[in-house]
Design a protein around this ligand. Sequence first.
Ligand SMILES: Nc1ncnc2c1ncn2[C@@H]1O[C@H](COP(=O)(O)OP(=O)(O)OP(=O)(O)O)[C@@H](O)[C@H]1O
Ligand SMILES: [Mg+2]
Length: 190
Amino acid sequence: MGQSGSGKSSLLYCLAGVLPVAGGEVRFEGLLLGALDDDRLSALRRDCFGFVFQHGELLPELTVEENAALPLRLAGQRKATALAAAGEVLGRLGLADLRERRPSQVSGGQNQRVAVARALVHRPTVVFADEPTGSLDSANAATVLEEFLALARAQGTAVVLVTHDHKVAARADSRYTMSDGVLAREQDVA
Ligand SMILES: Nc1ncnc2c1ncn2[C@@H]1O[C@H](COP(=O)(O)OP(=O)(O)OP(=O)(O)O)[C@@H](O)[C@H]1O
Ligand SMILES: [Mg+2]
């Protein structure tokens, strides 16, 4: 958590190897991200990380199931295999009937669920989520968050999540506050 402009999104991008760090270092499973060349960094991001953005950021020309299958397709899986795996995750998120629709033909909450499915479909080690429920009303936000966390927990994916919502933060095992680019540990619950 932290005020607007305090550096939360920047931190997520640095942790995910999307932005290089000007100082310090980011390590993932012993690997120093800054020391990897572009190909190895891209492969690490593709295979080990998932992302959920504030407004979902689905590709409008792809169907719901094609969007959800994207990380598997990028990793080289055959279309039928990738779509089958995506269908399973979509089913767990209550979206089985919407597989053939385009993002413009489903609601905002459903778009966010598809974004969650896409972030988790390849069973990444870590999912980075930047205000994943920020654009939803509170009832929808609570449901999407619970489904997101349950699925992540079931497959052993760690979630690093930015939020402005204290109720969302209350679901975390550990909480940190960002202030002018400095991170402080707030509380350990786990
Ligand atoms: N590409 C960029 N180039 C230069 N400065 C940037 C860039 N992106 C963000 N900043 C600046 O870095 C600081 C942190 O931005 P960041 O987006 O990380 O904040 P945030 O905590 O995510 O805010 P919000 O809650 O509004 O999303 C801000 O002062 C911002 O203006
Ligand atoms: Mg931000």
